[in-house]
Write a protein that binds this ligand. Sequence first.
Ligand code: C5P
Length: 290
Amino acid sequence: MAAERLSPCKVNFILNILGRRPDGFHELETLMHHVQVHDRLEFEIIPSGIHLTCSDPTLPTDSQNLVVRAAEKFFALSGVSQGIRIHLQKNLPLAAGLGGGSSNAAHTLLGLDEIFRTSLPTGELHGLAATLGSDVPFFLQDNPALAVGRGEEVHSLAPFKSLDGCYIFLVYPGFGVSTPWAYKNLARFPEHLNGRAGRARQLADALTRGDFDGAKLDFYNSLEAPVLEKYPLLKLFQRFMLENGAEVAMMSGSGSTTFAITESKSAGEKLAEKFRGKFGDSCWQTVVPL
Ligand code: C5P
């Protein structure tokens, strides 16, 4: 028996960090939105074991890989006695702030639950997902979401009226950013480390009302402080995007991907063309509907 699943990525419209927690994580509130650019996971039931192969030879295929860790946890919880062969076709950039690895882990859990017909309760899948990473639970569901805690408490929202017809332009600059590094270096920017709670809900409400002009002021990412200081090129990307048709331009997650929102497909494609004219086409980039 075989099956396959697409594993999409996400961007953060706001990533508002509220302070450091005693467990070393950071308390935050974030508004996350899927972006339909995908990795692909292929599953095949085998008699025993977990065998992962990957199109990207630089990725580990042992239990350092979140896909293997997700499968291990699934088998331990479900008691399924067979094994699985998984192939990961990696299309998304790594250490990009797009949640690619988290999405792979969530879709491994969903894929295994489906192929073995285990119908694990949502709460149990969520519990497993949260142990794999803060962003993993978001990818168990398909809607935009407000996430709090360390990011694992997910509240699904209806699609945003403001974004009807909007497109998103993503640019990965060719280098990744380590998430622990970004969080650690936030300590040097106390005003961004200790954000005011309530901003993510405010942004969600404005996007739901269709008040895009009001909402634009509320897009924000605390982690830009350390990351843009280290990589000023990303600041140039944002400025160029805002001067060339973007309604919003900012970093996703802990970077390094910059994204721009445009009000139409043609504005998105025009922006991408101008961007390539200015910065060349060696960066990974794509324009897709939101
Ligand atoms: O949860 P996840 O494993 O994805 O987190 C990766 C790293 O990012 C953590 O080890 C921690 O350094 C940092 N992090 C954090 N606070 C969060 C989420 C992540 O400090 N809320």
